[in-house]
Design a protein around this ligand. Sequence first.
Ligand code: NDP
Length: 322
Amino acid sequence: MPKTIIMSQIERISCLIIGSGPAGYTAAIYAARADMKPVMYQGMQPGGQLTTTNEVENFPGYPDGITGPDMMLQLEAQAKRFETDVRSGFITKVDFSGSVHKCWTEDGHEIHADTIIISTGASAKYLGLESEQHYLKLGGGVSACAVCDGFFYRNQEVVIVGAGDSACEEAHYLSKLCTKVTMLVRRDEFRASKIMADRVKKTPNIEIRFNTETLEVLGDGQLVTGVRAIDRSNNQESEIACTGFFVAIGHQPNTAVFQDYIDLDETGYIKYAQPGTSKTNVAGVFVAGDAADKTYRQAITAAGTGCMAALDAERYLAAKGH
Ligand code: NDP
C-alpha cells in the first residue's frame, strides 16, 4: 500500500486533496478508508462555503437540520477518524507536467503526489457593501443561495440582486415560497437567457426593477428589514421592505492556481475530460465539487462527486500497480 515518505525537503504522498468543503472531506473519507493515506490542505476558508451558512436542512441524514459550521466539523472528524492528515494552509503553485504531480504550499513546502483531488470550490460574489457583509456574517438575512436559505423566508418578502441565469432561477425558486420577490437589475436588460428571463417576467409575485442598484441593506443591527436602492434612470432613491436579501451575481471558481495545466471553461470552471467521471485533462488529477459545477452547487452533490474522485483516484493508482 502507498505510504507517506519524506525525502529531504520533498514530501512524497499518494493522494493530495486540495480544499475542505463537503467534496474534499468526502473524498478524504473514501481515500483514507481505501488506505491511500490522503493529505488534505484546507485552503483559505476551512470548511468551505457551508461555514457561511446557518442552518442546513436539505442534507439527508440530519432530520432536525444542522448548522453549516457544525456539519463541517463533523465531516472533518469523520475524515480524521480514518487518519486523513488534515492541514491548515493552501497550495499556491502546481506543476502537473509529469507523472508525479508537484505542489507547493504557501510556505514553500514541496509535495509530490501520485494523485490529486481538486476540491477548491467556488466563492459566491457579493456586492461588497458594509451593511451586506454585516448581516451576512451575523446570519441575519443575507444569502447567496436561494435553494439553501429560501425556506427560512416562507411567506415573507425578499429582494434579490442579479440578472443572469442564476438570479432568474433563484428568483423563480423564491417566488414559490415568498409572498413577494423584488429583483434588482442594474442595467435595463437581463443577462440571462431569454427563456429564463421570460419565466421571471411572467411570474406575478416577482417585481423587476431595472436600472436599479443597491445602496444599503437596512436592518435593526441583527436582522434585515429592507433595502435602500437607487433607480439610476431618474436618480430616485427608495426603500424596499424585506426580511431576506439574496445576492445572485455569480460565483468565482477557485481554480486560478491550476490554469496552466488544467482545462478550464471560459468562466474558470474545471472541465471534465470524460463526462460521468471526475477526470480532468491531466491523468491522476481529479476534480470534485463546485470547482467544476456551476449548475447544482449543493453540499450533497459536492459530497457525491468527492466520493467519485476518491474512487477514480484509487482505480488510477491500482492500474499503475500501487
Ligand atoms: P452571470 O455572470 O451570468 O451573471 C451575473 C449577473 O450579476 C449579471 O447579470 C450581472 O449584471 C450581475 N452583477 C454582477 N455584479 C453586479 C453588481 N455589483 N451589482 C448588480 N448586479 C451585478 O452569473 P450566473 O451565476 O447567473 O451564471 C453563471 C453561468 O452559469 C452562466 O453561464 C449561466 O448561463 C450559467 N447558469 C445556467 C443555469 C441554467 O441553465 N439553468 C442556471 C444558472 C447558471 P450585468 O448583466 O449588468 O453584467
